[in-house]
Design a binder for this molecule. Structure first.
Ligand code: MLT
Length: 410
């Protein structure tokens, strides 16, 4: 009989969001009259902007004609999209990224998990706590950890707590680590990192031959000009960092699926024999072997995000979600709750009342207010006692959610 990958047995039974979905489905089947409002998973609700829909349609029509039909595209993505990314996301911000360093994919969740293929099994991995659970679970699956303790911390990982005591700003690891996951604007706390802080991480990575895996999926929510959008805005970052970006929350692509990863050619790792090897070459090899590219119409739709009409249309939707975040943040503050984030990010991080645990608060909100959020402990041990609310929903549902929240708390 074939052996399983035993590392999977170290994981908690279910991934966080399906587990929430399971509880909500059960509640809805037992309470069919309940009008449940979901501010749990960060899934967009607003329709695609018109210019993106138009580009999408046009590309589908091209596939309907022999003259313009396309089969397999380049695994790494079409140059028209890679160039638009380089020009708008990087060169326009003074960050040097070259076209062939951009790899188009179908999602940052996949990319942050898949990137582990190019790293040796004995690398020491540091993660902030709380954290996007994919970083932890994929390392567990890859066999890089021991068992979890009662709080859910896996042996072998280096956890860097982000708490109210340190303003949710992670401190540099005390010893040497090889891989560091950073996510800014942060999921789940909604906090941001300043240029000087990021410079310290780049300095640490250089001094320790470490690689930073920088998840910037929410960069479009940054409104403060002092906050960097890309790690490559920081001097020296090209030699130490891989960056993940996504169209999911930027342009409403959670269902459409398009993202990209930047692997600079100057980023090197060490082989067992001591030779220096380019991670770019390894990722390119991996990408071409295991991936056949994102569909042509999706890439044309993503390209339209950067068009003269696309930019303001996309911006209007992001501003809409940011206004939702403000309403949530200020509404909860007015009812005496302690809240963080939600200014340059679509997530509001709420301290649970009294000594209530995250899951107790989740159950109370669901049962008493028919509201769904995400329990902080689902993002790690340091998330216990917190609750995440997402700003992705319609205005009337967000306003109604704030009213219900206040009734439960007040
Ligand atoms: C979240 O709610 O944390 C995100 O939507 C999850 C994801 O992007 O995969």
């Amino acid at each position: 009989m074939a052996r399983i990958n035993d590392s999977f047995r170290k994981l908690k039974a279910g991934y966080l969001f399906p587990e929430i979905g399971r509880r909500v489905t059960k509640f809805c089947s037992e309470n069919p009259q309940a009008n449940v409002i979901r501010l749990g998973i960060g899934d967009v609700t607003e329709p695609l902007p018109p210019v993106i829909v138009k580009a999408f349609h046009k590309a589908v029509d091209e596939l309907a004609s022999r003259q313009t039909f396309r089969g397999y595209g380049p695994e790494q993505g079409y140059d028209f999209l890679r160039q638009a990314i380089v020009d708008n996301d990087y060169l326009a911000r003074g960050a040097a990224v070259e076209l062939d360093e951009v790899f188009i994919s179908d999602g940052s969740k996949c990319d942050t998990g898949n990137i582990l293929d190019v790293f040796g099994a004995d690398n020491i991995v540091a993660i902030t706590d709380p954290v996007y659970p994919v970083y932890v679970d994929t390392n567990v699956m890859a066999g890089r950890t021991g068992q979890a303790d009662d709080a859910g911390r896996f042996a072998g990982l280096v956890y860097i707590p982000c708490t109210a005591a340190n303003n949710f700003i992670p401190e540099l690891p005390e010893g040497k680590v090889d891989l560091i996951y950073l996510c800014y604007p942060n999921n789940p706390t909604g906090t941001v990192t300043r240029r000087e802080q990021l410079q310290q991480w780049v300095g640490y990575a250089k001094a320790n031959d470490a690689v930073i895996l920088y998840d910037a999926a929410y960069e479009a929510y940054i409104t403060d000009p002092a906050i960097p959008h890309s790690i490559y805005e920081i001097e020296g970052a090209r030699d130490v960092a891989i960056e993940f970006r996504s169209f999911s929350k930027t342009a409403g692509f959670t269902g459409v699926r398009c993202a990209f990863t930047v692997v600079p050619k100057s980023l090197m790792g060490t082989a067992a024999d001591g030779e220096k090897v380019s991670f770019h070459a390894l990722w390119n090899r991996r990408h071409c072997t295991k991936f056949n590219g994102v569909s042509y119409p999706v890439q044309r739709a993503a390209e339209a995000v950067y068009s003269a009409q696309g930019k303001p249309q996309v911006r209007a939707i992001i501003d809409f979600y940011l206004e939702n975040a403000r309403l949530i943040r200020e509404g909860l503050q007015a009812s005496g709750m302690t809240v963080y984030g939600g200014v340059n990010a679509p997530y509001v991080w709420v301290k649970t009342p009294g000594t209530e645990t995250s899951w107790e608060f989740f159950d109370r909100l669901l049962n008493q207010a028919h509201l769904v959020g995400t329990p902080g402990s689902g993002f790690g041990a340091a998330g216990e006692g917190y609750f995440r609310l997402s700003a992705f929903n319609s205005r009337d549902k967000v306003e109604e959610a704030v009213r219900r929240f206040r009734n439960v708390i007040g």
